[in-house]
Design a binder for this molecule. Structure first.
Ligand SMILES: [Zn+2]
Length: 360
């Protein structure tokens, strides 16, 4: 909010006041960054005489992941007043302020950013600030239809430990034991093909302990090598194995290897699943060094982080057994991805990537 009020103190640039103000979009002089103090740029006189003079052919669209099919286009609202950028980069020029509750028609998404048009100007806003109008229908998980948050203090730090590629009973059970002992939750992105035999009991324990079930495809299928028409199948086969076991469907998805593209996002989005990536990767799967895994996570852990680990290595269980009490001792609440999203009111939209839920 502070940055917005600073904009109001700037000299009015008449020509820059876009006609779209009626829907809550205001123009401001160019600014470099949302977080730096905004001062009139003495060198931008030419821009001031012509209003917003960012030419479309200057708008470079980097080679980022794009998605266009789902759920775009859609109408969204700003959760708070937020800067509109000329490009999908946080250090790109600011061309206006989108007011809280202002509606926009999202045309496209470029990794982490929503693109829309305002007065003929292409604008970008960090997607976390926009919430689709039909969000209630899209993601009742976020709205807490089934989540009990009574054990979470939203004002205290929290972190989401996530474990991929299991379940593998001799490893997963050790992690579950520790979570049970210390009262923490975690999210498990499982391969459907592993939800068999004694591993089934792990999935039942996850549900009993309040952990979250995640989908990691049927056989760790790298989605960039799966035909588009087959993506749905490898995800649904994992859902099926989990649902058959515990009558609870996975609520989140992580693409094996972090593989993602517009087509993958579209297919995953159509299944109603947000794509959970990560913000801390201690490389447990390659180092198989519990000390290193422990140290990396403890050094990097911040409120809102999502930690990637794998419950297929005994060394990861070694690390988790130390991390779980140590993180709690350090003041972190160990929560599932969806618990964190709800506690922090972070919109998890089907098909969109979530890297972390830090405040900034
Ligand atoms: Zn994996």
């Amino acid at each position: 909010m502070k940055r917005v009020s600073k904009f109001f103190l700037l000299p009015v640039v008449g020509a820059a006041v876009l006609a779209v103000s009626a829907c809550g979009v205001r123009a401001v002089p160019e600014a470099k960054d949302e977080t730096t103090s905004i001062e009139a740029d003495e060198t931008s006189a030419a821009e001031e005489t012509s209003g917003i003079s960012i030419e479309s052919n200057n708008v470079s669209v980097p080679a980022k992941i794009e998605r266009a099919k789902f759920p775009y286009p859609y109408t969204a609202r700003a959760l708070t007043a937020v800067n509109m950028h000329v490009d999908s980069e946080s250090d790109s020029a600011v061309v206006g302020v989108l007011e809280e509750n202002a509606p926009v028609s999202v045309e496209r998404n470029i990794e982490g950013w929503d693109q829309f048009s305002a007065n003929g100007q292409t604008c970008y806003v960090l997607k976390k600030y926009l919430i689709p109008d039909d969000y209630i229908a899209m993601n009742n998980q976020f709205l807490g239809a089934t989540l009990d948050l009574s054990h979470i203090d939203p004002d205290k730090p929290m972190i989401a430990l996530t474990f991929d590629d299991g379940p593998k009973a001799e490893v997963t059970n050790r992690i579950l034991d520790s979570l049970q002992q210390y009262g923490g939750h975690a999210t498990f992105f499982m391969q459907g093909s592993r939800v068999v035999g004694e591993n089934n009991d792990c999935v039942k324990r996850m549900v009993e302990l309040g952990c979250e079930l995640g989908n990691h495809t049927y056989t760790h299928d790298y989605l960039d090598s799966v035909p588009v028409e087959g993506i749905r199948s490898v995800i649904r086969k994992c859902d099926y194995m989990v649902e058959e076991t515990v009558k609870v469907a996975p609520t989140v998805f992580r693409p094996p290897g972090g593989n993602r593209s517009g087509e993958i996002a579209s297919a995953v989005g159509n299944l109603g699943l947000p794509m959970i990536i990560w913000s801390i990767d201690p490389l447990d799967y390659s180092t198989k060094d519990a000390d290193n895994t422990f140290n990396v996570v403890m050094e990097k852990a911040q409120d809102g982080d999502i930690v990637l680990m794998h419950d297929t290595y005994s060394e990861t269980a070694d690390a988790a057994e130390r991390l779980i009490p140590a993180l709690i001792e350090k003041g972190f609440q160990l929560v599932t991805v969806s618990e964190m999203a709800q506690a922090k009111k972070y919109p998890m939209i089907p098909g969109n990537e979530v890297y972390n839920m830090r405040e900034k």
